[in-house]
Design a binder for this molecule. Structure first.
Ligand code: M6R
Length: 371
């Protein structure tokens, strides 16, 4: 049931304050006198010791689910202290890449039925790894065949373009990072800041959804373009890849997510006055590097759109011709949840304006059950 919305994708984008609450329900502990704030993931608790002792944690998925793992990798690395690697399921299988008994392999999948991810799970089981599932579908093949796991609990997602499952997957993996991480004094304030940030995240998502009309206006500006590049780095490299995936998948416009640190190693050659480029430059440890990327893209006359933290437009804007999207700032590792939302809205409006099918893009299926 689409309710008052015209499309499922639109409904699912706007549902995110609620879906995130459901994802976190019963899993965050507020703490109190003499008791630290913490995270409780029932499906994982008997395996946490093994995960902490593993030689590496390898996240495996396809499409948006892979991007969610990419978004969560920095916080997983920081809090777990265990090396974290990522694999696109089909590529792992093509290479028959190494998976060991000492590995924890985490399978991320909204449907829990994606053929490549499922085959990679079979492969990891045969190689003796501890297999963890992160899925949105109770009773799915991945949920049934892993040793343990976490349900995303984002609610049923119908639009082929994954939206609310993505933000919930990132939150689940951030909670997983907190659960794996040690409760040391040195990490206490960081952990508490993240948990506070998680509690407040649904409100911040509500706030960023108010950009809907602004994104519709931006879509009008961009609807006839051939291409849109999206530059991101650090926590928001995933946002660049995922934003571009949404634009190509539903709006059928060429779009590429680019790691900003790679700009001078090739992509800069594309930039001229005809190319639209969206740069993600919200405030985090990479901010000054992104400021310099913006300067260089501007110097080559790229048509810039910059996403920045609220109140920082003047710090990122080399000229009045640059269009700015201001978003609420949250804890750095949760910022990808906020930053993807304007891009989801943009791709939705681009699709409607260009006259394409929003919920069922041509040639695609919601769940890819063949290889
Ligand atoms: O169900 P899964 O999360 O395993 O699906 C993986 C991809 O097929 C999926 O995320 C796909 O990329 C989406 N349509 C993107 O919006």
């Amino acid at each position: 049931n689409k309710g008052t919305y015209e499309h499922y994708m639109q409904k699912e984008i706007h549902e995110q304050p609620e879906s995130l609450k459901t994802t976190m329900r019963g899993r965050l502990i507020r703490g109190g006198f003499h008791k630290a704030k913490s995270v409780l993931l029932g499906g994982l608790k008997d395996h946490l010791k093994t995960i902490r002792r593993s030689r590496r944690i390898v996240f495996i998925g396809c499409g948006t689910s892979y991007n969610a793992a990419l978004a969560a990798r920095p916080i997983l690395e920081e809090l777990s202290g265990v090396p974290v690697t990522l694999e696109i399921a089909s590529d792992l299988l093509d290479r028959q890449g190494p998976i060991y008994r000492e590995d924890t392999a985490v399978f991320v999948s909204q449907s829990g039925e994606t053929a490549d991810t499922l085959h990679a799970l079979q492969y990891a089981l045969e190689n003796g790894a501890l297999c963890v599932g992160i899925t949105n579908t109770v009773g799915s093949a991945i949920a049934r065949n892993t040793h343990c796991g976490i349900h995303i609990n984002a609610g049923c997602e119908i639009g082929v373009a994954s939206t609310k499952a993505y933000t919930s997957q990132i939150v689940v993996m951030a909670m997983m990072a907190l659960a794996i991480g040690d409760d040391t004094i040195s990490s206490l304030s960081r952990r508490e800041a993240i948990i506070d940030g998680l509690f407040d995240l649904p409100n911040k998502v509500k706030e960023v959804l108010k950009l809907d009309q602004e994104m519709k206006d931006l879509a009008k500006q961009l609807m006839a373009e051939q291409s849109l590049l999206v530059f991101g780095r650090g926590y928001n490299y995933a946002t660049a890849l995922e934003g571009a995936l949404k634009v190509k998948e539903v709006a059928l416009m060429h779009s590429e997510g680019i790691l900003a640190g790679e700009m001078k190693h090739g992509p800069l050659a594309l930039v001229d006055e005809n190319l639209s480029i969206l740069v993600i430059a919200t405030h985090d440890a990479c901010f000054s590097k992104q400021q310099s990327v913006i300067q260089q893209l501007h110097a080559r006359k790229g048509r810039l759109i910059v996403m920045c933290s609220k109140g920082e437009a003047s710090l990122v804007c080399p000229s009045v011709s640059v269009r700015v999207i201001e978003v609420p700032q949250v804890e750095d590792c949760l910022q990808p949840v906020i930053n993807i939302i304007p891009l989801q809205l943009l791709s939705y409006h681009l699709t409607v304006l260009r006259g394409y099918n929003v919920d069922q893009p041509r040639n695609l299926a919601k769940s890819v059950t063949t290889q």
